[in-house]
Design a protein around this ligand. Structure first.
Ligand code: NDP
Length: 301
């Protein structure tokens, strides 16, 4: 009989998507400690889920075989490594850092190299599927790094992921995520422009989406985001505009590094940076449509 020992995990970053991901790593399947910058969130999560509330990143990582981070950018992840309270103070040789942040490939390669000096593994493992996908445990996880490390990571990743794809070396997961996000940004902006013009011409948005969603222009944006959020004028704050701004910048930078002429994605990065500046840090990504409506002088209705 094989005795299955579930790994002991530390989860750092209980934000909009981190918290529902971490919820799948709670006992009895896993031993979990959680840390969050705003300690009250980690305390509430720990109390509700019978897991350990760690006071510092180092405290969270003590004894953990796997540390998972889910923070805004790779910069915040790198900043968690150092100092007496940092991850490197307690992460053991042979342990593994899985970064589920939608980060940038170059910073992750530096982080992976720093960890490797201490015999610690690194995988970039950004996710897609949104908060609802995280709640359902049905995320897509795109993984960069060593295949043997991914094998060790599987039980943890399968807890919140439905489709887990090995994309290549460290940074490959982040690169694919950034391109996916750049496409999402293009879809939101182009559909917003098209729908506003149709609306001004007297076409009902429901009718326009009905046709587009049975035609070749359809996307997740037209099939789900616009019907739920733009038509219903409800903009739940599940994924911040600030975060897609960051994602498209990473995508645009990646394209420049690869010497690929990319006027469309560079423009998408500019448009989302401007929308973020106008609507602020708390806006949801789909609210970018409000900038199109303001400049177009009408609402999609
Ligand atoms: P949130 O803004 O909801 O949460 C961010 C988390 O990072 C919080 O736990 C926050 O702590 C923490 N944090 C912020 N700044 C720092 C810092 N300087 N040091 C330490 N911790 C910090 O973001 P999401 O949960 O939505 O996103 C997290 C990552 O997942 C991002 O990279 C995002 O692009 C990606 N993602 C998000 C999706 C979504 O639908 N929301 C979908 C797919 C990917 P505090 O509570 O103190 O603010």
């Amino acid at each position: 009989m094989t005795l299955l020992v579930m790994p002991s995990i530390a989860f750092l970053g209980l934000g909009a998507i981190g918290a529902p991901m971490a919820k799948h790593l709670t006992p009895p399947g896993f031993t979990l400690s959680v840390w969050n910058r705003t300690a009250s969130k980690a305390a509430a999560f720990a109390a509700a889920n019978n897991v350990r509330h760690a006071k510092t990143p180092a405290d969270a990582a003590r004894g953990a075989e796997i540390v998972i981070t889910c923070l805004p950018t790779s910069r915040e992840v790198a900043a968690l490594l150092d100092g007496a309270d940092g991850l490197l103070a307690t992460m053991a040789k042979g342990s593994l850092l899985i970064d589920c942040t939608s980060g940038d490939p170059a910073t992750s390669r530096q982080t992976a190299a720093r960890l490797a000096e201490k015999g610690i593994g690194f995988l970039d493992a950004p996710v897609s599927g949104g908060v609802s996908g995280a709640e359902a445990g049905k995320l897509t996880v795109m993984v960069g790094g060593d295949a043997a490390l991914l094998e060790r990571a599987q039980p943890a990743l399968q807890a919140f992921g439905e489709k887990i794809v090995h994309c290549g070396p460290v940074g490959a997961g982040h690169a694919i995520k950034a391109i996916n996000q750049a496409m999402l940004a293009v879809h939101i902006w182009s559909l917003g422009e098209g729908m506003l013009a149709l609306s001004k011409a007297g076409v009902k948005p429901e009718v326009a989406l009905d046709v587009i969603n049975a035609s070749s222009g359809r996307s997740n944006t037209s099939m789900n985001l616009f019907p739920q959020r733009v038509i219903g004028r409800a903009f739940p704050r599940t994924f911040k505009l600030a975060l897609i701004d960051k994602d498209v910048r990473i995508g645009a930078q990646f394209l420049r590094e690869q010497n690929v002429p990319s006027p469309m994605i560079q423009l998408a990065a500019e448009l989302f940076a401007a929308a973020h500046a106008e609507l602020g840090d708390d806006a949801d990504h789909v609210e970018a449509v409000k900038v199109i409506e303001r400049t177009g002088g009408a609402e999609i209705r």
